[in-house]
Design a protein around this ligand. Structure first.
Ligand SMILES: [Zn+2]
Length: 132
């Protein structure tokens, strides 16, 4: 649900990205449970200071969701980063070049069963059509 299948804008290979925009109601309930549980553990009652734990855990969840979303935007095949491309196309181009150069010299890529960068096959028009 939070993973979306898509294609890389640069190399056109299929890949999946994490598309959660922020905390949802499930995360709010988790933070509430964490705050209530830790309040009972620390102060043996429901203390108003548990609100600090609640807000802090929500902030930490939001930060980790944003970091995960941002870290998975970059293409694992060619290293293309669309967010960086929107800000600075020259830097994004340099990053792709460095990624492809690094892959060229990596022996694990060349010993892999699958080729390192598979481009989608082009459709050829068939010349052997059967006409009835
Ligand atoms: Zn790519």
């Amino acid at each position: 649900m939070t993973k979306v299948s898509t294609y890389c804008a640069f190399c056109r290979l299929p890949r999946s990205i994490y598309r959660k925009k922020g905390v949802n109601w499930v995360n709010v309930l988790q933070a509430l449970g964490l705050a209530c549980g830790s309040s009972y553990l620390i102060w043996r009652e429901l203390d108003p200071r548990a609100m600090i734990i609640f807000v802090g855990s929500l902030a930490v969840m939001e930060i980790f969701i944003l970091l995960r979303t941002r870290s998975e935007i970059e293409c694992p095949h060619c290293g293309f980063d669309p967010v960086l491309y929107k800000r600075d196309p020259a830097k994004a181009c340099e990053k792709v070049k460095l990624s492809i150069e690094a892959r060229k010299e990596d022996p694990n890529v060349w010993l892999a069963r699958r080729p390192p960068l598979r481009l989608p096959k082009r459709k050829r028009s068939s010349t052997r059509e059967i006409v009835a």
